[in-house]
Design a protein around this ligand. Structure first.
Ligand code: GCB
Length: 641
């Protein structure tokens, strides 16, 4: 009976998550081909005073090189630091990218049964896309993918050449996520006419460009648009509840195979909604919590339909991890076992490429996470690349998935327009990441001005909306407000708190950390009786700078701050503290400021990924924590959200 009720609940969860339109990661299959458009694109920044020359002159109408000079620009990459031009580094406005691609003849000939889709992994921040001079889509916001069906345009054009033009605007306004503002300097005794600056209230460099892969892919005309899975287990039975969305025709049949890693079919299904039962399931466990973490099954979905009197098939395979998540008043349970987050906050950031996806960097970072004994990270302060999330799923790295709401510090960031956009961004994020076992919690913001009165309605709405779309995962936002005045905290499942004792407050006074941190935890817990994660703490250290006794900015000081925090964590994790995430995994670039020396130096690794002394302190600690909880067998025999 209990299992039956739980499965009803699971069915509802799956339906809520199915958002009426998909954003499946493009994968090749027997029915789908893929062409990566990474590499060199033509590029021009529009330096005209109003930044509108490209639109006035309609640069999308003909090859970009014909309307003025272009330079080579790699995709994926940020454009800011690839030239010696300081004006391009700090450019605000429209930039233009263009790529000419030859399409395979087969994509054009079988027009009746071939869809050609253009997909952009992400671009910062506002994008307009043309193909052969025809606008095919526009998208607001960085960090998340968007796509357009371009079949009609390419299949209707003579020849196989396809010219893709993307205009990008990196301007941030009070209503974008993240928000920002443009300030015009009108005192002509100090600034040239028309001078303006882009202001932001967040602490990372506002890199821009096409940051993730751009691909063209095909599907048949009747195709699998979306797949949603939710999972549960009871005793020795695992359940994968699925829902498949098909487009292109209402008459079709669907068959599903759930395969083990080695390819053996463990369950089969038919039709667009159903549940697959797996006997003796291999659960998805976090890294260091089990000898076989990150176990993935593969859900192979096969669609058959009649197109033009012939049989057409579409096949898509989705990785699936069977696991459950539950929050109590003092614990975070994964598969019924208490999970303690010992991990990091990161950034997508590196020399030269900025926020551009780079496989070498990704692999290096995952190797460092494993070396460190980190079992988790928060995608501070925006969604990370799908390629990174894939590795989290595969390695068992647990993720708090954060949307790009950072720097909401002004009352005008809490208006209706911001709110409406925030809800859309949460939908796009959940649409993209809903099937990932690694994602155990959504974070709807980092350090908003949650003490302002409009924050109450604002966060109640965002969090309620997020939970309505995804009833299977807890929701949080990360606060640095005073516990007594935080208007968003009543709505979260887990309290996430950032604090920088002996750094931004009582600078240099290591001796106050323990008392202040203890007070912080007690206050929050008494107020809410919800589990708490220390979602940021740390100190800047310039690699190679030493001072003993420890002084600020030395490696010794960074180590000392960590150790003071750790002694309080060790007491409180026996009660209700469920995690600690260091700020930051690696040094990263910020805007120029008197407090920033070529960026933020709170990394335990340098920007080039070399360890500072603090990395070894953390490594000892994380492996000890891991050994305390490793290889634990589930104590709960039954659990479901
Ligand atoms: C914070 C922010 C983070 C900053 C960090 C710092 O509270 O969440 O974005 O980089 O502090 O180092 O100031």
């Amino acid at each position: 009976m209990a299992l039956c009720c739980a499965l009803c609940l699971l069915l509802l969860c799956c339906q809520a998550l199915a958002l009426g339109g998909g954003m499946l990661y493009p994968r090749e299959s027997a029915s789908r081909e893929l062409k990566e458009l990474n590499g060199l694109w033509s590029f021009r920044a529009d330096f005209s005073a109003q930044r509108d020359k490209g639109f006035v002159q309609q640069w999308y109408r003909k090859p970009l090189r014909q309307s003025g000079p272009v330079i080579d620009m790699p995709v994926p990459a940020s454009f800011n630091e690839l030239t010696q031009d300081p004006n391009l580094r700090q450019y605000t406005g429209w930039v233009w990218y263009e790529k000419e691609v030859l399409l395979p003849r087969s994509w054009l000939l079988n027009a009746l049964n071939t869809r050609v889709v253009l997909r952009v992994g992400c671009a910062h921040y506002y994008s307009i896309v043309w193909v052969n001079g025809v606008q095919v889509t526009e998208h607001e916001g960085g960090h998340l993918p968007f796509e357009a069906d371009i079949s009609k345009i390419v299949q209707g054009s003579p020849g196989a050449l396809c010219r893709i033009t993307i205009a990008l605007n990196n301007t941030l306004t009070p209503q974008t996520l993240p928000p920002g503002s443009i300030q015009f300097m009108t005192d002509e005794s100090k600034y040239p006419r028309g001078y303006f600056v882009q202001n932001t209230r967040f602490d990372f460099f506002n890199y821009a460009g096409i940051h993730r892969p751009v691909v063209l892919y095909t599907t048949p005309s009747v195709y699998i648009d979306d797949i949603t899975v939710t999972t549960a287990w009871a005793g020795n039975i695992g359940v994968v509840q699925y829902q498949v969305l098909v487009r292109g025709n209402t008459r079709y049949s669907l068959s599903l195979n759930l395969r083990e890693k080695e390819g053996k079919v463990v369950a089969t299904g038919e039709g667009p909604i159903g549940k697959l039962k797996v006997v003796e399931p291999k659960l998805w466990w976090p890294y260091l919590m089990h000898e076989n973490p990150g176990y993935l099954y593969y859900l192979e979905v096969k669609l058959s339909a009649q197109v033009g009197g012939e049989l057409s098939e579409d096949v898509y395979t989705l990785p699936v991890g069977i696991r459950t998540v539950l929050v109590t008043s003092s614990q975070f349970l994964i598969n019924g076992k208490p999970f303690y987050f010992h991990g990091v906050n990161k950034h997508e950031d590196a020399d030269i490429r900025g926020k551009g996806l780079d496989w070498s960097l990704i692999v290096k970072d995952f190797n460092l996470l494993q070396w460190l004994g980190a079992n988790s990270f928060r995608t501070s302060h925006y969604p990370y690349a799908e390629e990174i999330m894939d590795l989290c799923d595969a390695y068992g790295i647990v993720v708090i998935d954060e949307c790009p709401s950072v720097g909401m510090r002004d009352p005008e960031n809490f208006g209706n327009k911001s709110l409406a956009h925030h809800l859309v961004v949460m939908e796009e994020l959940i649409r993209r990441d809903k099937n990932r076992p690694s994602v155990v919690m959504w974070s709807v913001a980092n350090e908003p001005a949650s003490e302002l009165s409009p924050a109450a309605y604002y966060f109640k709405t965002v969090i309620t909306h997020t939970k309505a779309i995804d009833p299977t995962r807890p929701v949080t936002f990360v606060s640095n407000a005073n516990y007594a005045h935080d208007h968003g905290a009543p709505y979260v499942d887990v309290i996430c708190v950032n604090s920088y004792f002996s750094w931004y407050h009582d600078a240099g006074h290591l001796e106050v950390i323990q008392l202040q941190l203890n007070t912080q935890f007690e206050n929050w817990y008494k107020a809410y009786q919800k589990p708490i994660i220390q979602s940021e703490y740390g100190a800047d250290a310039i690699a190679g700078l030493h001072n003993d006794p420890p002084l600020m900015f030395s490696e010794e000081y960074q180590k000392a701050v960590l150790k003071e925090y750790h002694s309080v964590f060790d007491k409180k994790r026996k009660e209700y503290v469920i995690g600690e995430l260091i700020w930051n995994f690696a040094d990263f670039m910020t805007d120029q400021a008197t407090s920033r020396v070529l960026g933020n130096k709170k990394g335990i690794f340098t920007r080039q990924r070399q360890p500072k002394a603090a990395a070894f302190v953390l490594r000892d600690r994380y492996w000890k924590l891991a050994n305390e909880s490793s290889c634990l067998r589930p104590t709960l025999t039954y659990y479901n959200l």
